[in-house]
Every structure is written in C-alpha cells, then in structure tokens.
Design a protein around this ligand. Structure first.
Ligand SMILES: [Zn+2]
Length: 287
C-alpha cells in the first residue's frame, strides 16, 4: 500500500492510501541532523509501503535533495531520495507546497486547467499545477512566491532579503505588523483573537496583511493566468472569517481578462494537505 509523508519542523505526518493518518512529533530533534534523518528513515519504512511520496518543507531539487530548509535546519543538504533508494523503497520527493497544490488539484479541483495554491503559515509557499502536472521549474524551485519583493527596502524576510511577500504575509509578518502599529508583541493567534473581539489595531493589522496579499496574488495572477487560486495553511484558516472579500479585492486589482478567468477558493483539506499531495504524487505516477 502507498503512503504520502509530509516532513515538517514540528510533525511528520503520514497519510495512507486507505485513509489512515499518523502523526509523529519531531520538534525536539529538528536541529539535530543525525537524529532527524534516522527518525525520517524509520517513518518512511514503517508499515512496509509499496511506494512513498515525500513532501519536504524547503528548497528541494528535482533529484530529491533538500538544498535548504529555513524551518528545519536538520534537513539542510539531506538527500531524501537517497534514503528511499538505500531502503529499497520506490518513491518521489517534492517541495511541500508543490505537493499541496497537486493534492488540491487531484482531490478537489480536477476541472481546473491551471491551479495556483498558496499556503500561509510560518512562511508563505506556493505551488502550480498546469494541465494536471505540477510545475517545478528547471531545478525544482519554481513558485517561490513568498520571496518576491512587494516593498523595496521593506521589512526583513527570514530568507535575508527585504520586502518579500512573506515578510508581511506569514505568522511572523502579521505579528510584526501588529507590533509596528500598537507597540505590543503578540503571537499571530492572539492578534486574530483580538480582531475577533473588535480590537481596532488588530483589525487594522489584518487589513495591512490583506493589502500585501492582494499585491502578491495579483502579481502571481498576472504571470500565471490561473483559473483557480486556492488559499490554505494554518494562518489562512485562522483568518478565514476576515477574508471573505479577498476574491472581490483581487478581481478589482487584476487586469480584466485574467480577472474574469479565475475563482478564489479556500482549501478544505486541513493539516494533512501536504501529505495528501505527496500521496497523490505516487498515485498519479502509476497511471
Ligand atoms: Zn524572502
């Protein structure tokens, strides 16, 4: 039986073909390369799968090597495909949000010709599925939408550049916008909670967040001309009630032809999104 694995910095999640789900805590070893790789190897082997799809949070080459993982230091330079080969397990490796995009198309949006998936949480990632195939670029690192510049000399991003979309539209981005406005340091979920209670600074912070997100998505739509834009990720789920007007905002910002072409939707798949995409990858590989 096949399974999809999502390798994150806090949990490694597994989704089996028959719907079984597993979740392994790894936060305690996410800086320890040796321990992390051993754990990952065990999880890959567990249950003797016939084939494994692996989704990794990081810059992942077409050969399945993680060049850099900003949120999981233990994964830097790890050859994930090599682990599969050493264990004699057939499988494929992909960046996590590219996998997520494939999962969206495979399970929920088969009618889409060009689907852009944007996941916002700790960071901001994106994936693109065109005619049923995930677009990875020449080396596997396309769709780094989080690291395109929306503000020259703007806020510092985790990648080291200034003014990236992620520097505004991510958990740390929202926390920083709130701090700039109010002087107070809160976690992302606390900002959202305050907004629910009607706190003006929190509501204003979410407006700023949405302004930048509109610019970022508009740029992507002008480049890719998708028919579906799917927003997902933990922060989007938290902010869902404040994002009802995102489609209208975007449509009024984007040029009329691409604007007519797309629908904005919210992902319905929750925390096993990326594992689901990794599973879709190996299911599709056999067709
Ligand atoms: Zn960046």
């Amino acid at each position: 039986m096949k399974k999809g694995i999502d390798v994150g910095g806090s949990f490694i999640k597994v989704l089996w073909e028959d719907g079984r789900r597993e979740k392994f805590y790894v936060r305690d070893i996410f800086r320890d390369n040796k321990a992390f790789v051993e754990r990952l190897r065990e999880i890959i082997k567990q249950g003797s799968p016939s084939k494994v799809g692996v989704a990794v949070a990081g810059f992942t080459s077409l050969e399945g090597v993680v060049y850099k993982s900003p949120n999981i230091p233990a994964l830097d330079r790890v050859d994930v495909k090599g682990i599969l080969l050493e264990e004699g397990i057939e499988g494929l490796v992909l960046n996590d949000v590219s996998a997520g995009a494939l999962g969206e198309w495979y399970y929920d949006h088969r009618d889409s010709k060009n689907l852009l998936f944007v996941a916002i949480g700790t960071g901001l990632g994106a994936g693109f599925v065109s005619e049923g195939r995930v677009f990875l670029g020449s080396c596997g690192s396309s769709l780094e939408l989080g690291h395109h510049i929306v503000e020259r000399n703007g806020e510092l991003c985790n990648c080291g550049r200034k003014g990236c979309l992620e520097a505004y539209c991510s958990s740390y981005g929202l926390e920083r916008i709130y701090k700039r406005l109010s002087g107070e340091e809160l976690k992302d979920y606390q900002v959202v909670q305050r907004a629910r209670e009607g706190d003006q600074m929190a509501l204003k912070s979410i407006e700023v967040f949405k302004d930048y997100l509109t610019i970022g998505l508009m740029n992507a739509i002008h480049i890719l001309n998708p028919d579906r834009v799917v927003l997902g990720g933990g922060l989007v789920e938290q902010l869902r009630a404040f994002m009802e007007d995102m489609e209208a905002r975007l449509k009024s910002s984007v040029e009329s032809l691409p604007s007519e072409c797309f629908k904005l939707e919210f992902s319905k798949c929750g925390e096993f999104c990326m594992a689901r995409g990794a599973l879709a990858l190996v299911l599709m590989d056999d067709r």
